[in-house]
Design a protein around this ligand. Sequence first.
Ligand SMILES: *Cc1c(COP(=O)(O)O)cnc(C)c1O
Length: 453
Amino acid sequence: MNKQIKFLLPESEIPQTWYNIAADLHQAPPPVLHPGTHQPITHADLAPLFPEAIIAQEVSMERNIAIPEPVREIYKQWRPSPLFRARRLERALDTPARIYYKYEGVSPAGSHKPNSAIAQAYYNKAEGVKLLVTETGAGQWGSSLAMACNFFGLDCKIFMVRVSYNQKPYRRALMETFGATVSASPSHETAVGCAMLAKDPDSTGSLGMAISEAVEVAAQNPDAKYALGSVLNHVLLHQTVIGQEALKQMEMAGDTADVIVACTGGGSNFAGIAFPFLGQVLRGERTGLRVVAVEPSACPSLTRGHYAYDYGDTAHLTPLTKMHTLGSTFVPPGFHAGGLRYHGMAPLVSQVVAEGLAEATTVSQLESFAAGVQFARAEGIVPAPEANHAVAGAIREALRCKEEGISRSILVNVSGHGHFDMQAYTDFMAGKLSNYDYPAEEIAMALAGLPQF
Ligand SMILES: *Cc1c(COP(=O)(O)O)cnc(C)c1O
């Protein structure tokens, strides 16, 4: 019997193209609408915020989009990422399941996010942009974009959700080490930030607010553009290097994935691992694949939100997209998986779930950390709190295999490491963490504010 643990690809096997699922979906994605006019968004609406190449990718219906050589060169710093067979976890769970994990914690910034940050910095630099402005929740996107901007000689300005800014000083230090400027959001540097602080001086912030601040700054400076770390089609596109590599690595392992599990904040690491596999399903090349999106019960957009048009930010500066949403006024509680605290979901992930190609489930904070600790003790890798949700989902699937006496193959995306999140683990082990299920009334209230037209 093959006892191999790691399935490694050579640098030459870094994908040459990104995979665009829009080309294979049976229904065209719903149009994106202008926040003011509610008419389909035009190129001119997006041009102040994004470079041409990114706008083109956002609406592309081409199946495969070439990865520029300078981007592939930088990907070599950590790609291809390893695929592991979690044999020690399988033993600890005493399950007949075959568990594989794709480990994205090997990137310099420690998560999957540089896969898109590098591409975005490249295209902005190529079109003469001087400054990229963005927001960050837990800090992974901020550190990734800071690193990418540094590689391409761009300035980088980051609005960091205040609760994370206070909880994660080392993430901030990492961004500053890469040369970025970091402000706690809401801040007094923007009109929308001032308005938010006037309403609530103690606001802990949210991704929705930080996006509003970043968009405001980028839109007002002709040398600046805006970058988003998840949700948008082009970000999901860039992440598909994960799944394309995993397809080859599963082949090396002599196996096929029966179940794919990933956590969902804005949907990019989920799309990254799942879309290349779903492409095979959509093209009729395979059947019998279950894909599971795991979200926190404290921010349950896919499982308890509406599939409706909504804004991407709190101040309603961004376009309207059809997505699973809890309402743009939803301020998630300050739980530890900061990267999963977003009111909406990527439109393409929403569509895939709405069409029944993938299912969604929730995991509580305590179940997610218990799973993360079990994974760490078995595999020696401490996952990011966000990734713990995926690990918890995979453990549930593995235990189901044990109950049913069936050996399925489970592929889970471990989207990042938790080395900057050890305070969360400390709190968990000290019994200081609790579960928080968002009250139905509060969700109903935020949803009542959804735009009507
Ligand atoms: C940002 C982040 C997430 C959530 O974002 P997605 O776009 O849903 O992938 C998950 N895991 C890690 C490690 C992250 O940094």
